[in-house]
Every structure is written in structure tokens, then in C-alpha cells.
Write a protein that binds this ligand. Structure first.
Ligand SMILES: [Zn+2]
Length: 329
């Protein structure tokens, strides 16, 4: 099979019908053969569904204690949705190949579903956008925080108050980001950015031997007790610190923040606090897979799809700002 799709037309030509999509997804999910998602049994009966589902490979578990029906969608984020698998795969492709994210309006138009459905699909797919690599960051690690939301989110650095590093927190949610030089970014939505919170995140994610680069924010002032620590003082206009032959700066994490904020302003218009970590994960995985092909990104997401699905009810919850993307400018 050639999965070197260069265009969406080639993608759609390959995934031409439901049967092809199910067969493809079975090959990705069940590398060891058909497996009951309820009890992991490898013994099953084939079932012949009727009507419009007759082309969909369907099974019943042969374990007597289980005996449940299933398809390859069972136990994945595609379960329980009336939308064809073909459209789900198309949506995965669109989301993973878009450089800056994709709004539910645009996604709905491209795959042929309503905006409400696209919004839900976008959120479900975003739950798969967790970075499965979990290794510790090493070498030179830039650490910084930003605030998402509120009116001053995108205010230029030189307009921010001296000494606060632009940290005005009204109506905003703090996000802490760590980037390994030449490597991955990880992000954490936090309640605050006090020294204890930042230290905990660094301890959990960074190697003891790493050199940490931050700006002069006071919550970082004790990092040097446990790590090699270089402080870049933006207030002095000193954006790069040279020590021996190494240049230390926080430009990578700042570039990541600007991508996140461009997405916030240009694509999504609004990210609710409740879903902010998922948006950050989406932008992080896009950053971390920046050297990978579109197809590699698509495969990553498809292989990652066996997560407990979120129910629409839970997703929309009691919070009133849940469906911001319905507000279309
Ligand atoms: Zn079973």
C-alpha cells in the first residue's frame, strides 16, 4: 500500500468507501489480528450486519463471559458516532496537516458535516493529540510562561510593564512551556506561576543535568539551586546571553507562544480554559512533528485513537462558554 498522499484528492481516492476505511483502521489498530476491545480476547465470530452497515466488518466476541458485539471503532474516539469512518479519517488528515489549526466552520465545509458535528469531531480528535513520547528534556531547556485569554494576550513585549515581564493575569490562564533546544515542547496549563509550581513542572520533566534558560521573572530565581540556570534579561534588551561558545535565549519557546497565539486569534478566536490544555497539546504536537511528513502525522493520530471517548454531554459540560466557535465573525 502506498500512503504517500500528496494531496487531499489522493487521500480521498484511496479512502473511497467505508469498507476500505475499516480495513485500513483494523490494520492500524489490530496489528496482531482482530481483538475484542471489551476483554482483549482473540477469539471472535464474524457477524453479517444488515442494511447500510452490511459492508462494515463486524464481530462478536467468542469469549462466553464477554459475548459482546464490536467493530474496530469500539473503544476508540470514533465509537458511537453516526459520522462515517471515511469522514473521520478525512478530519484527522485535515487537522494534522493544517499548519495553524482548523476551525470547525472550515472543517465542516471540507468534510461535509454541520459545524456542530465538526466542532465535536475536532474536540474528539484533539484528545488524541497527546504526545506519546514522555522522555525527559535534556541539554538546553528553555522555560517560559504565557497567559492565554483576555484583552492583553497579544500585547507587544516592549509595551508590557518592566519587572513584571508582561505578566498581567486578569482574565487569563497561565500556561507553562518547556522546549528542549532542537527538540520537543511540552506545555502545562496551571493555576498560577509561583516558584513552587514552576519548580514542580521542571523537576518532573527536565533532566538534572540540563541547563535551564528563563527570563528574569522572580519565580525562577531559585532554579539555580538545583540546575544550571541562565537568565536572559529582556528588560535590558539582552535577548541572547553568550557563555563560552554557547548562546542562551528563550526564542524557541517564544516562537511557540506566538504560534499558539496566532492560532488563538486567527483560527479559534477563543479557547475556553476548560479545553485550553487540549489546544496547547494540539499546537505542541504540531511543533514536535514539524519535521515529519503529513502522512506520518496522520498515522500518529490514527494509531493513538484508542482512548476513552468523551461523551458529548461531558464535553459540553455545565460551563457556558463551551461552544465559542459558533460565534463566527
Ligand atoms: Zn470480549
Amino acid at each position: 500500500m502506498d500512503f504517500g498522499f500528496r494531496t487531499i484528492n489522493e487521500f480521498n481516492d484511496y479512502f473511497k468507501d467505508e469498507k476500505t476505511c475499516y480495513t485500513f483502521f483494523e490494520g492500524q489498530r489490530w496489528t496482531d489480528g482482530v481483538t475484542c476491545p471489551h476483554c482483549q480476547s482473540k477469539k471472535y465470530y464474524k457477524v453479517k450486519p444488515r442494511g447500510k452497515f452490511q459492508d462494515i466488518p463486524s464481530y462478536r466476541c467468542a469469549n462466553k463471559n464477554c459475548d459482546l458485539p464490536f467493530t474496530v471503532r469500539t473503544g476508540t474516539i470514533f465509537e458511537g458516532s453516526k459520522v462515517e469512518l471515511r469522514k473521520w479519517l478525512h478530519a484527522c488528515y485535515e487537522i494534522t496537516t493544517s499548519k495553524k489549526g482548523i476551525s470547525s466552520v472550515e472543517l465542516g465545509t471540507r468534510i461535509g458535516v454541520s459545524q456542530k458535528t465538526a466542532w465535536f469531531m475536532n474536540h474528539r480528535i484533539r484528545t488524541m493529540l497527546v504526545d506519546i513520547q514522555s522522555e525527559i528534556l535534556e541539554g538546553i531547556v528553555e522555560v517560559d510562561e504565557t497567559y492565554v485569554g483576555g484583552l492583553n494576550a497579544n500585547r507587544h513585549k516592549n509595551k508590557k510593564k518592566v519587572g513584571t515581564q508582561g505578566r498581567s493575569t486578569v482574565d487569563k490562564t497561565p500556561v507553562v512551556g518547556l522546549v528542549q533546544r532542537g527538540g520537543r515542547v511540552v506545555t502545562f496549563v496551571t493555576k498560577n506561576t509561583d516558584a513552587e509550581t514552576l519548580r514542580q513542572i521542571i523537576d518532573n520533566n527536565v533532566s538534572d543535568s540540563a541547563t535551564i534558560v528563563t527570563d528574569a521573572y522572580r519565580s525562577y530565581s531559585t532554579i539555580g539551586q538545583a540546575y544550571k540556570h541562565v537568565t536572559v534579561k529582556h528588560d535590558d534588551g539582552g535577548y541572547v546571553v553568550k557563555i563560552d561558545n554557547n548562546k542562551f535565549h528563550t526564542q524557541n519557546i517564544e516562537n511557540f507562544w506566538s504560534q499558539l497565539k496566532r492560532g488563538y486569534i486567527g483560527i479559534y478566536h477563543y479557547m475556553s480554559e476548560k479545553h485550553l490544555q487540549k489546544y496547547c497539546n494540539e499546537f505542541a504536537i504540531r511543533y514536535n512533528m514539524r519535521d515529519k511528513s503529513n502522512v506520518a502525522r496522520f498515522f500518529h493520530i490514527v494509531k493513538n485513537s484508542s482512548v476513552p471517548r468523551i461523551k458529548y454531554r461531558i464535553l459540553t459540560g455545565p460551563v457556558i462558554d463551551e461552544m465559542p466557535e459558533f460565534i463566527v465573525k
